[in-house]
Design a protein around this ligand. Structure first.
Ligand SMILES: [Fe+2]
Ligand SMILES: [Fe+2]
Length: 278
């Protein structure tokens, strides 16, 4: 079993690959947060000027963070990386609070006629919270044991995928009956996978055997791959204006990228599990 090297750097506990992992998370999620700001803004009403302004501020904040993350290399000083992580974590906490505030307004019926589903706003707030927590974990140098990480990440991402299928199904024009049906099937499939993942979680630690975890990853990979392909097709059809929907092309691409991210995470876990087994 390979142990993660813990380096002590000027009193900071830094795990091996700290800078690389931090930059990877920030580059991916800051773009996602930037796009969430755009989706929120598009769903507000013309009179929601204050909220539109707040959404625009978050858009620019995450755009800057994204650009800065791309300007750094893996050679950057870990203490500098740690400071940047804290700064980004604050921004993620800020957008999380904004999303929850918007959710509160919608659920109290204070924004009649606005176009963001409550589940979508909750969903994007969960993604902000995930990002915030990842940065905290990285800065504290705390890595979850592999078996725990496998279950936790899958529970999180399977629900995200189930939500995506629901959003696609609801934002397609109702006259696109076949595509709506396909989206509904994906939604059912992923709801089942979420329950399966929670069952495995409740059977911890006895359920954390290599064959069970391996099978769990295999099964999830099959469903995520087909959802990813469905999203890719939907994205192309939307971009070419071949189907009727109110899905923004960027939203289609956004959900596609999140599925790709989940697949990479599954593959990374699979490799680690094999490594641990040898
Ligand atoms: Fe997202
Ligand atoms: Fe998402």
């Amino acid at each position: 079993m390979k142990l993660n090297l813990i380096l002590s750097l000027r009193g900071i506990r830094v795990t091996n690959g700290f800078v690389e992992k931090s930059l990877d998370e920030i580059r991916f999620w800051s773009r996602i947060m930037k796009e969430h700001s755009l989706f929120l803004r598009l769903g507000f009403r013309a009179e929601d000027t204050q909220l539109i302004q707040e959404a625009n501020q978050f858009y620019h904040l995450f755009e800057q963070i994204e650009q800065r993350a791309h300007s750094f290399t893996n050679q950057i000083d870990p203490t500098h990386m740690k400071r940047f992580n804290s700064e980004v974590q604050q921004a993620a906490t800020g957008i999380f609070a904004f999303k929850r505030k918007v959710l509160g307004l919608i659920l109290n019926c204070q924004m009649p006629g606005a176009n963001n589903f409550p589940l979508l706003v909750d969903h994007i707030s969960r993604e902000a919270n995930y990002f915030r927590k990842r940065l905290m974990e990285l800065n504290e140098g705390k890595l979850k044991p592999l078996a725990d990480a496998i279950i936790k990440e899958n529970v999180f991402f399977l629900r995200i995928m189930a939500d995506h299928a629901k959003f696609i199904g609801h934002l397609l024009d109702p006259s696109e009956r076949k595509l709506v049906d396909m989206a509904r099937n994906f939604s059912n499939d992923f709801d089942q996978l979420v329950f399966q993942a929670r069952d495995l979680e409740s059977m911890k630690p006895q359920s954390q055997t290599v064959p069970l975890l391996d099978q769990f990853l295999d099964e999830n990979r099959v469903s995520v791959t087909s959802l990813r392909d469905f999203k890719k097709t939907a994205r192309e059809l939307i971009e070419e204006c071949r189907i009727k929907s109110i899905i923004h092309p960027l939203l289609a691409d956004h959900t596609f990228r999140e599925a790709e991210r989940f697949l990479h995470i599954i593959d990374m876990f699979e490799a680690k599990l094999k490594n641990q087994n040898n």
